[in-house]
Each structure stands twice: as structure tokens, then as C-alpha cells.
Design a protein around this ligand. Structure first.
Ligand code: UDP
Ligand code: MG
Length: 320
């Protein structure tokens, strides 16, 4: 029976007890309407509330519901990855649990998929009910990322998308640790298209992406697709050398041809502090990359399942 699953919906959930029932209801309504075999694959990312139990009660009465239970909170991007490893459909949809991504868009995505597109991503034409700060930082982030990277990562697009089996298989061959899934999907290529939507408010509960996680997420995005920040040292080095040489010439000129000399202490301390700041920033950038290299070399698995016999390990053909 599993072989015939046409659509897999991956829903990462982290402390979503307030929304998970409504998400299940709306997804089921949409998927029943399509009338082809599907699975709702909830990936519990180490929730500390009753999310997993709730999903289990849905699974008891509905064979389409599956729970993939991670052993702790591994983060949104890893949860999605785990979902892709275990999803069995011909087309796979990733959707947030909080109903900010409307399930009602799935039939439209499927239409595009049937037209022959292998990735259909949902672009946020508008975002409702999010703070100005979040909208502004998100917008800045997508634009900076685009300026820094060679891979064309679509602007204002989250992980809400449909992917063909081929794309998911390609994604599964990528086992890098600090993952930026939406960038990787662009990286693997295939025929991609967008549909636009208005991003709704979170149905209930609070965002699971506090500032700290957002920062980490954006660093992962930038470092995994660009090494331009590393070139900053070279550019700054040249600029500062050039400026200090000019300053040297001016100071010498003053000393030789005028009676005034360059004042010492203030200019000295300003230069020392500035340069130390610059060096520390560059060391920090370097550290971001070195840390990620370290993560890769440790070769730990991306995630651990709480109960691995529940899912179908033989289905998973990991290359690590
Ligand atoms: N999420 C997760 N693990 C985390 C953080 C978030 O699985 O560590 C899930 C969360 O349950 C939701 C999705 O990722 O389904 C997006 O999170 P959220 O809606 O809080 O992010 P926002 O929309 O505020 O950016
Ligand atoms: Mg959300």
C-alpha cells in the first residue's frame, strides 16, 4: 500500500500543541479533496509539550498520518530533512505547522507539478501579522544572500514548496550539517516555478524562531552558499594599507615642509583600536567557516530518531 502513495506532506512540529489539530484538519480536508493516496508526515522536533501525543491520536484513527519522532530539538531545517528521508510520495510538500502557509495552496502546486515543473515554491507576496522588525530583517536577509551568492535563491520564499521525487532524491544525497534547505533546493536545479500567496498570521502559539535562531539560520544560509565574506579581509587589507600609506606621506610632508607635526596619542590610539576591531571581526568570520568545517569532519548523523522501528529504516538509503 505504501508504494502507491502519491503525495507526502512534511510538517515539522516543535511545541505546536495549540495548532496541530487545526493543521491536521485543514490538511486532511484539502488532501481528501484531491482524492489520491497521501501521507501526512509529522516530524516532531523534540517538542516539550503534547504535540507528539496529539499526532499519535490522529494516527490511531487515520492511517494517512505518520509520526517521525526526533530524539531532541534538532532545528527546523533538520526536521525537514528527516521528513524528506522518510517521505514516500511521488511529490513531496513541505509546509509549516502554524498555518502561515495555507494548505489550500497545495492543489495549485500540484497543478503546476502536473504541467511538468519539478519544484513549485510559494513566494510570499505579503506577510500578515508579523512584526515590522521581522519583515525588515527577513527582506534584508534575502537581498544580502542574493548579492553574496552565485546560486539563485528566490527572494521572500520559505520552505513551503512542492518537490518531485527526483528532486527529493537529489536532496537526500546532500548530507551537509548546517543546512539551509531552501538554498539547497535551488542548488540541485531542475525545472522550478513559483506561485504567489499572502502569508497569514500564525494560527495560534508563538514563533519558534527567536532572534538567536534567526541569526544562526541566516549565517548558515550565507556560509553554505558563499565564501565572499572571507574575501573581506583581502579587500579591507588593501583599503587600510592604501589609506595608511597616504597618511604616512602626509605626515612626512608635514614634518619636512611645515612647522606643525602630527599629534600623537589620539591618532595612535584611534588607529590601534580600529585595526583591532577589524581584525577581530575578520577572525570571527573565519571562525564561522572553521566551525562549520569542524561540524562536517565530526561526521555525526544529522538527527536521531526516538523510535526508529516505527518509521521504515529500510526505506532509507543514506549515503553516509
Ligand atoms: N520548527 C521546528 N523546529 C524548531 C523551530 C521551528 O520544527 O526548532 C517548526 C515549527 O513548528 C513550524 C516551522 O518550523 O512548523 C516554522 O516555525 P515558526 O512558524 O515558528 O517560524 P516563523 O514562521 O515564525 O518564521
Ligand atoms: Mg510561522
Amino acid at each position: 500500500m505504501d508504494q502507491s502513495i502519491r503525495y507526502s506532506i512534511i510538517i515539522p512540529v516543535y511545541n505546536e500543541e495549540a495548532v496541530v489539530h487545526e493543521t491536521y484538519r485543514r490538511l486532511t480536508e484539502v488532501m481528501k479533496g484531491i482524492g489520491e493516496p497521501y501521507e501526512l508526515l509529522f516530524v516532531n522536533d523534540g517538542s516539550r509539550d503534547r504535540t507528539a501525543e496529539l499526532v499519535e491520536t490522529f494516527a490511531e484513527s487515520d492511517g494517512c498520518v505518520k509520526l517521525l519522532d526526533l530524539s531532541r530539538n534538532f532545528g527546523h531545517q533538520i526536521a525537514i530533512t528527516a521528513g524528506m528521508d522518510y517521505a514516500r510520495g511521488d511529490a513531496i510538500v513541505i509546509i509549516d505547522a502554524d498555518l502561515q502557509d495555507p494548505p489550500e495552496l497545495i492543489p495549485q502546486m500540484i497543478e503546476k507539478w502536473e504541467e511538468g515543473y519539478e519544484v513549485v515554491y510559494a513566494k510570499r507576496a505579503k506577510r500578515k501579522g508579523e512584526t515590522l522588525f521581522k519583515k525588515w530583517t527577513a527582506s534584508m536577509f534575502y537581498r544580502t544572500l542574493n548579492a553574496l551568492t552565485e546560486v539563485d535563491i528566490p527572494l521572500d520564499t520559505g520552505d513551503f514548496r512542492l518537490m518531485d521525487r527526483k528532486v527529493v532524491d537529489a536532496m537526500r544525497s546532500i548530507r551537509e550539517k548546517n543546512r539551509f534547505v531552501r538554498g539547497l533546493v535551488s542548488w540541485v536545479g531542475f525545472r522550478q516555478t513559483a506561485i504567489e500567496f499572502v502569508r497569514e498570521e500564525r494560527f495560534a502559539g508563538e514563533t519558534k524562531y527567536p532572534l538567536k535562531k534567526m541569526l544562526r539560520f541566516s549565517m548558515d544560509g550565507i556560509t553554505s552558499f558563499s565564501y565572499k565574506p572571507l574575501k573581506l579581509a583581502t579587500y579591507l587589507g588593501f583599503a587600510i594599507s592604501f589609506a595608511s600609506f597616504a597618511y604616512l606621506v602626509i605626515s612626512l610632508g608635514q614634518k619636512l615642509f611645515t612647522t606643525s607635526t602630527v599629534a600623537g596619542w589620539a591618532s595612535l590610539i584611534a588607529c590601534v583600536l580600529l585595526l583591532n576591531g577589524v581584525i577581530l571581526i575578520i577572525l570571527g568570520i573565519l571562525g564561522e567557516y572553521v566551525g562549520r568545517i569542524y561540524d562536517e569532519t565530526k561526521n555525526r548523523p544529522l538527527y536521531i530518531l526516538r523510535n526508529s522501528e516505527r518509521a521504515n529504516p529500510e526505506e532509507v538509503n543514506l549515503s553516509v
